[in-house]
Design a binder for this molecule. Sequence first.
Ligand code: HEM
Length: 128
Amino acid sequence: MLPWLHIAMVWIHLLAMGTALGVTLALVMSGENGGASGKLLNSAVGFLLLTGALLTYVRFQGALRAGVPVFDTSSLLIAVKLLLLIALGAFFGIAAKKGRAGEQNSARGLYLASLAVIALASLLGLLV
Ligand code: HEM
């Protein structure tokens, strides 16, 4: 893997993380999920998944080439992050539905829970 490509993927991963964090924070304040913020959130989750999968592939390749075990503690952390991302997708979906139904407080609660999930995933990301 070219070093600059790896760095670019980590950057996109972090940019998507920042976008998800920022938009979710804004949605906790407003409880409204207008079209633009919803699309931005979905794109951020999509980019996180895509770059995360590519980074995982790069890690696997590196481990294979170095002849060290492919599965280690980091693999577990990555698996937990994948589960957190799936939970995040569900939270966003339900929150958008609540927002459309006029239940702003429920939507806010879900965005707050999402914020905690993103924070946890970011911490795990730093440990990978
Ligand atoms: C909630 C979503 C996620 C957040 C907030 C998040 C955040 C982060 C952060 C902060 C890092 C550290 C980057 C660094 O230290 O250079 C990282 C690295 C990483 N993430 Fe994620 N991540 C998320 C989802 C995922 C998913 C779903 C996968 C895999 C399918 C994944 C795979 C990785 C890998 C493999 C690395 C290590 C990159 C490297 O240095 O080689 N992440 N992530």
